[in-house]
Ligand binder design. Structure first.
Ligand SMILES: [Zn+2]
Length: 103
């Protein structure tokens, strides 16, 4: 129980310190960042945003895309053939895949 005592001391000292001003400074920086992000997203379409994600390198000719590592968040498995030289795009989630060639 010595640990919880230390924790309480830390909380109390942070209340006593002049952290209030620092905290408001941080929150204003966050809102500035959000404003910039909102500005950027209004200029770019979702397709442009996904084009900024680098293609995923895959060993082999076929990749099975589920959209997300968690099947609950993803989409039905899409098997994508990587025979083309250009990156192959998943029709469900827009992720791009390229075949990694070994030299
Ligand atoms: Zn996908």
């Amino acid at each position: 129980m010595a640990y919880s005592g230390v924790l309480k001391t830390l909380i109390r000292s942070s209340y006593l310190g002049s952290t209030t001003r620092n905290f408001s400074l941080v929150s204003s920086q966050i809102s500035n960042h959000t404003a910039k992000w909102m500005q950027d997203s209004s200029k770019k379409s979702p397709m442009e945003l996904i084009n900024e994600v680098p293609p995923i390198k895959v060993e082999g000719r076929i990749v099975a895309c589920e959209g997300d590592n968690n099947p609950a968040l993803g989409h039905p498995i899409e098997f994508i053939c990587l025979d083309l030289k250009e990156p192959a795009v998943c029709k469900y989630c827009g992720l791009r895949y390229v075949q990694e060639h070994h030299h």
